[in-house]
Design a protein around this ligand. Structure first.
Ligand code: DX5
Ligand code: ZN
Length: 221
């Protein structure tokens, strides 16, 4: 069985007590903190930046997985690296020079990820896949939590899983959007190993019970 990782998205946390929400989700068994950055330009919503990343950094040793939904993207990358991000992912449409942006993330000592919207073709991987640490497949259009899972994402996951395995690469394959207890197993079967879940965890009363149910669904595979 692959090492499945659960990555709660703090987008659905209660921001009035964000620190507590992060500690709670880690104590509930989360592996990674997924940190959604939106700029009201690349996506129609506005969230949090490097100052918030820096503020939460001391609360956990878990990796902070920064999902940049901002354009342009390069200028803000060093700020997130300094703020303690471990993984920084960006959308190819938001970068003029994808290879350069990947290099910038790695030069800052972070793992680099490339993110694919539902209608973004996978051929952006053609010349850079070997440089990536993570590939993130969006199963909703980016911008908001609580949207419905787009099933076509499963085919994309299968295709990317094949590419990673055929090349023998060590790349995390992450899914983001509409992930829930009742579809996580199907997504894992398609080949994902890292699961972002915002509303499915933070909109439930007992985070541990929800994460346990997700792990139980994965353990049955
Ligand atoms: C959407 C964000 C997601 C979002 C997922 O643009 O990238 O990380 O928080 O939320 P859920 O899990 O509620 O679909
Ligand atoms: Zn995200």
């Amino acid at each position: 069985m692959p090492n499945y990782l659960i990555a709660p998205s703090i987008l659905s946390a209660n921001f009035a007590k964000l620190g507590e929400e992060i500690v709670d989700v880690i104590n509930a068994g989360a592996d990674i903190i997924h940190f959604d950055v939106m700029d009201n330009h690349y996506v129609p919503n506005l969230t949090i930046g490097p100052l918030v990343c820096e503020a939460i950094r001391p609360l956990t040793r878990a990796p902070i997985d920064v999902h940049l939904m901002v354009k342009p993207v390069d200028r803000i990358i060093p700020d997130f690296a300094k703020a303690g991000a471990n993984i920084i992912s960006f959308h190819p449409e938001a970068s003029e020079h994808i290879d350069r942006t990947i290099g910038l993330i790695k030069d800052q000592g972070c793992k680099a990820g490339l993110v694919f919207n539902p209608a973004t073709p996978l051929n952006y991987l053609d010349h850079v896949i070997e440089k990536l640490d993570l590939i993130l497949i969006m199963s909703v259009n980016p911008g908001f939590g609580g949207q419905k899972f787009i099933p076509e994402a499963l085919n994309k996951i299968r295709t990317v899983r094949r590419m990673i395995d055929e090349k023998g690469l060590n790349i995390m394959l992450e899914i983001d959007g509409g992930v829930k207890v009742d579809n996580i197993a199907e997504i894992a079967r398609a080949g994902a190993d890292t699961f972002v879940a915002g509303s499915a965890i933070y909109n439930t009363p007992d985070y541990k019970a929800t994460i346990d149910q997700m792990r139980a669904a994965l353990a049955k595979l």
